[in-house]
Ligand binder design. Structure first.
Ligand SMILES: Nc1ncnc2c1ncn2[C@@H]1O[C@H](COP(=O)(O)OP(=O)(O)O)[C@@H](O)[C@H]1O
Ligand SMILES: [Mg+2]
Length: 435
């Protein structure tokens, strides 16, 4: 069999196996540090060394294991000289069975409302466990998974019920239980943290680093490339303050384009914001306070002769009622699937990123200065959520968070963002030169 040639950090990680003083081992803290590689090496080598053991491999979702983590399995198994007849990978059941009877069984750690106590792990009997990309994992999932360790052939082989984890910097238990205490020199005795950056990986590809530098946001660069745990919320902002103010700078700007209406619906009490647009310019802002917002939308539509298909409103909750009244309009579902299935956590994040992009390009304007201060504050507050992995989905921070920061619901920026569905749906006209 070919050998495993670990990096220095990977070697340290390997050394912890069987160390009676450590039960939880965390490796990583940046992208490309050889996390997936070393985790698979550990699992495969131990499976071959101890016939009949069962290793649990957990991640936030099974889909992530099957789509992303598994790629490293093939890479490592080839490098270790494992022939494909010596194991069986059953993707349906989520497990890899080796000829000697050892098994790597997959687990999904994400919180499911239908199984809040993780009863789905009930019968699992595991020798030791691994969590890949633990930054996205709820603590309860981690500890229940951990409670299943040490239950299969541990006495026969004298194997400890250790838990091996990899991660990028994250804001869950990893931060409070590992990173913070480690930094202060107060890490619990049964825990070990082995920080490993891209630069610690002698096998790193130059292209990989370059690609991350080009594609990641400033915030994600410092986290994923530099291994920066402390969250810099300024870097999470998608738009600079000056650029936000530029929305009101109309010098050299000429109105053009079709009329659109975008609305953040509320029937009572709350603010119902209706925006009338000409192209990407907000022409007029309405703060409707009555209980028939659909009538107000129809009134504006008729006054400006707006195409009924160029109206968008949010149909979550109270907005649902509007469906019958505005049949041709786009009913926006905040948690819906992104247009063209782009890599966003939901359509709400997608339209916000688009809004930020167009504002940064200086294309979004407002002629109406009504509620100017509120608009500026809300748009400036648009922030991205740091990605948990480089394969992660792009997301903006939760509304709850924004409400906490500005003390009210961001109704104006929501309405502005909804307008973006029409930009995202536009077919991009491209001509190809076929030579
Ligand atoms: N010990 C090793 N031997 C050979 N190649 C390695 C080794 N460790 C890492 N690599 C290479 O480095 C790349 C990045 O490692 P990976 O484990 O995928 O990083 P991470 O999971 O931390 O992002 C891998 O695809 C692999 O090609
Ligand atoms: Mg990885």
């Amino acid at each position: 069999m070919a050998t495993f040639s670990p990096t220095l950090k990977q070697h340290q990680f390997f050394q912890t196996f069987g160390d009676e003083t450590v039960l939880e081992i965390l490796y990583g803290g940046a992208a490309g540090g050889g996390k997936s590689y070393v985790l698979w090496s550990m699992m495969i080598i131990k499976c071959l060394e101890y016939p009949g053991i069962t290793v649990g491999l957990a991640r936030n979702t099974l889909a992530d294991i099957k789509k992303n983590t598994i790629a490293s399995f093939y890479e490592v198994s080839i490098n270790l000289g494992l022939v494909h007849t010596s194991y069986n990978y059953n993707s349906q059941e989520g497990k890899i069975t080796f000829k000697n009877g050892s098994v790597i069984q997959f687990f999904e750690l994400r919180y499911m409302p239908s199984d809040p106590n993780y009863d789905r792990f009930g019968g699992a009997l595991l020798t030791f466990g691994c969590i890949e990309e633990a930054a996205g994992v709820p603590e309860k999932g981690k500890s229940i998974f951990q409670s299943r360790l040490g239950r299969w052939m541990n006495d026969e082989y004298n194997i400890m019920p250790q838990l091996f984890m990899t991660c990028n910097p994250g804001m869950n238990f990893l931060y409070s239980e590992f990173y913070r205490p480690w930094q202060k020199g107060e890490l619990a005795r049964h825990r070990t943290y082995i920080p490993a950056l891209l630069s610690d990986n002698i096998y790193q590809s130059k292209h990989y680093k370059r690609n991350l530098e080009l594609t990641l946001s400033e915030q994600d660069k410092s986290r994923l490339l530099e291994g920066q745990w402390d969250f810099d919320s300024d870097k999470a902002r998608l738009i600079k303050y000056d650029t936000v103010l530029d929305i009101y700078n109309l010098s050299k700007y000429k109105s053009s384009g079709d009329y659109y209406i975008s609305a953040d619906i509320a029937f009572t009490g709350d603010k119902c914001i209706i925006l009338l647009w000409q192209g990407l310019e907000i022409f007029k802002i309405y703060n409707y306070k009555g209980d028939e917002p659909e009538e107000e939308i129809i009134r504006i539509r008729d006054e400006y002769n707006v195409d009924p298909r160029k109206i968008v409103y949010d149909s979550d909750g109270v907005g649902k009622y509007l469906k019958g009244k505005l049949r041709m309009a786009y009913d926006f579902i905040n948690n819906g699937v992104p247009i063209n299935k782009e890599n966003y956590s939901n359509i709400k994040s997608q339209v916000y990123f688009k809004l930020a992009e167009l504002i940064n390009m200086g294309l979004v304007k407002s002629r109406d200065t009504y509620l100017k201060e509120e608009l500026i504050q809300e748009v400036y507050e648009i922030k991205s959520v740091p990605m948990e992995t480089v394969e992660g989905k792009m997301s903006i921070i939760k509304k709850k968070e924004v409400v906490k920061n500005i003390g009210r619901s961001p109704d104006i920026s929501d309405a502005m963002a909804y307008r973006m569905v029409f930009e995202l749906k536009k077919k991009v006209g491209r001509s190809f030169f076929i030579g």
